[in-house]
Design a protein around this ligand. Structure first.
Ligand SMILES: NC(=O)C1=CN([C@@H]2O[C@H](COP(=O)(O)OP(=O)(O)OC[C@H]3O[C@@H](n4cnc5c(N)ncnc54)[C@H](O)[C@@H]3O)[C@@H](O)[C@H]2O)C=CC1
Ligand SMILES: O=C(O)CCC(=O)C(=O)O
Length: 524
């Protein structure tokens, strides 16, 4: 019989598939309370309170699967789980509606001073003049991050007669059109919206996305809402703009540190807050607990699971053969995504040589997983990459090619957006490693790892020297450098590996250089 530890409070209705199964025994205890019996458990079910660290996993040698009843898996050390051979699953859409509704409730409460007014009435005050609110009708709602929750929120705002504009660099025009919203640039959204709400994952691109600079571009009197993850709206910047009155009010469900400790934001009467309640409804908790219970049971019964976010489902032998290509494919997908920070319609992958004889569908999924990684909240892997790609309105295909590029094996990825196409080619050379051998029409040869700097330039004497000079001036050490060109004196590219990530100042100086037409950085 499998032993299951449920360590955070979860809907017992949702846990029914497990509680009623003759295959499993369910223990509902906090990890601390189960300290002496941790070694017996095959599965661990959590919400966000239990921190699933490598240390905890080490105390659970029987652990096979962790089920997160919710979306964000930031409380689970996924890398450690993968290393320990533990599958992690979540319930990506079980709490979408609840979180969208909570955001809507926060917006209404914010604009009508409901929490502030409630406190005064309870204190026997009757001060109607102090709480003259603002209608939602006719206002422009700016949604940053238009995934599951952003989409549901938009539908509700439209029903209230709001004009909805969105910013999501990965949203296709077709999908925006389908939902009846307009995708804008971030600057357009910042300057046009009366209310701005964020619904992105917390990534290195979204951390502080609404910081001092960007909030400074918003309308005076703007309202800001964060029901996604603490830190997407920079907390110090928000303090600054609440203090000077530029931001008329803010609503937060999430904080950088939860629960907030000595947080200056809490002193503002025009800031309303809830303790991370987005998903706290009976329905959402039932949905997420039921989804996770069913998947855990399937897994323990040896059946495939739908929402696994870390491990592949291949036999060890097959996996070993494709592992080098799987890693190369992931990096190629990731590079393509970073090159094409725009909506993408199609991804096609072509296999040539010995790699074409392997289980290419798995390698394709690895390209997709690498591509999606910078764009979505949850860790995407070969199990869920196809599904998520389709959900994002992106089609994908694979083809076995009879081309001969001169390499023993070659993988080519082509990513198509509305106006731009990006192509990348890679190969794996045994005992030598992964190489990127082509970018668009340029032949090049570099190892895809670390901090990379890409420069598109004119093939003229002195350009390489100027790049070296600028990097030297900024104390940036160059580890390797490769150059590719189509013809003498024509367009050329260079790819440099440097010792640390580059800041805006370095990029600015490079971009200002004559004969350089594009500069991009990548971290792999
Ligand atoms: N307060 C709460 O209790 C809850 C909070 N959440 C949080 O809400 C967030 C969104 O959840 P979902 O909508 O389910 O996720 P999702 O993955 O469906 O949507 C996220 C969207 O953000 C977009 N995005 C990624 N990087 C971006 C960037 N740099 N700029 C603009 N857009 C970007 C993606 O393209 C995607 O469309 C997550 O962080 C999640 O953890 C989710 C559930 C409950
Ligand atoms: O109530 C919870 O478990 C937190 C929900 C959440 O933030 C998520 O699902 O990402």
């Amino acid at each position: 019989m499998f032993q299951i530890l449920v360590s955070d409070s979860m809907s017992s209705e949702g846990l029914k598939p497990l509680l009623e199964s003759p295959l499993v025994n369910v223990v509902q205890k906090k990890v601390d309370e189960a300290a002496n019996e941790l070694h017996i458990f095959d599965a661990l079910l959590v919400r966000s309170a239990t921190k699933v660290t490598n240390e905890l996993m080490k105390k659970m040698p029987n652990l096979k699967i962790i089920g997160r009843a919710g979306v964000g898996v930031d409380n689970i050390d996924i890398n450690a789980a993968t290393k320990n051979g533990v599958v992690v699953i979540n319930s990506p859409d079980g709490n979408t509606i609840s979180t969208a509704e909570h955001t809507f409730a926060m917006m209404s409460a914010l604009m009508r001073y409901i929490p502030q007014a409630y406190v005064t009435v309870k204190s026997n005050e009757w001060n109607r003049g102090a709480f003259v609110g603002t209608e939602l009708y006719g206002k422009t709602l700016g949604i940053i991050g238009f995934g599951r929750i952003g989409t549901e929120l938009a539908k509700r705002a439209q029903a209230f007669g709001m004009d909805v504009i969105v910013y999501d660099p990965f949203l296709t025009e077709e999908r925006a059109h389908e939902i009846g919203v307009r995708n804008h640039t971030l600057d357009e959204l910042l300057t046009a919206a009366d209310i701005i709400t964020v619904h992105t994952p917390l990534t290195k691109d979204t951390k502080g996305l609404l910081g001092k600079y960007n909030i400074g571009k918003t309308k005076k009197g703007v309202y800001l809402i964060n029901c996604a993850r603490g830190g997407i709206i920079d907390e110090d910047a928000l303090v600054h703009y609440l203090e000077n009155g530029h931001v008329k009010g803010a609503a937060l469900d999430v904080f950088v540190v939860e629960p907030p400790v000595n947080n200056k934001l809490l002193k503002f009467s025009n800031l309303i807050a809830t303790p991370h309640l987005g998903a706290s409804t009976k329905e959402a908790q039932l949905n997420v607990a039921a989804q996770v219970s069913e998947q855990v049971l399937r897994f323990l019964e040896g059946k495939p699971v739908a929402s696994s976010i870390n491990l592949p489902t291949l036999s060890k032998e097959v996996f070993q053969k494709i592992q080098p290509f799987y890693q190369l494919a992931k990096k190629m997908g990731n590079l393509s995504s970073q090159f094409m920070k725009i909506p993408v319609k199609e991804i096609s992958i072509q296999y040539e040589g010995s790699v074409a004889e392997l289980e290419t569908s798995f390698i394709t999924k690895s390209v997709l997983a690498g591509f999606l990684e910078p764009r979505v909240d949850t860790t995407v892997n070969e199990v869920n990459a196809g599904l998520i790609t389709k959900e994002r309105g992106i089609t994908f295909s694979e083809k076995i090619s009879s081309n001969t590029s001169g390499y023993e094996n070659c993988l080519a990825v082509k990513v198509t957006g509305n106006k731009h196409v990006f192509e990348i080619k890679g190969t794996y050379i045994p005992n030598y490693g992964e190489r990127i051998i082509g970018i668009n029409d340029f032949n090049i040869d570099f190892y895809p790892a670390g901090h990379l700097l890409y420069i598109h330039h004119c093939d003229k004497p002195g350009v390489i020297g100027r790049v070296g000079q600028i990097l030297g001036n900024h104390e940036v050490n160059i580890a390797t450098m490769q150059v590719g060109r189509k013809e003498k004196g024509g367009e050329a590219i260079m790819m440099l590996a440097v010792d640390h990530s580059l800041d805006e100042k370095v990029l600015h100086d490079l971009k200002a250089c004559d004969d350089i037409s594009a500069v991009k950085t990548f971290d792999l």
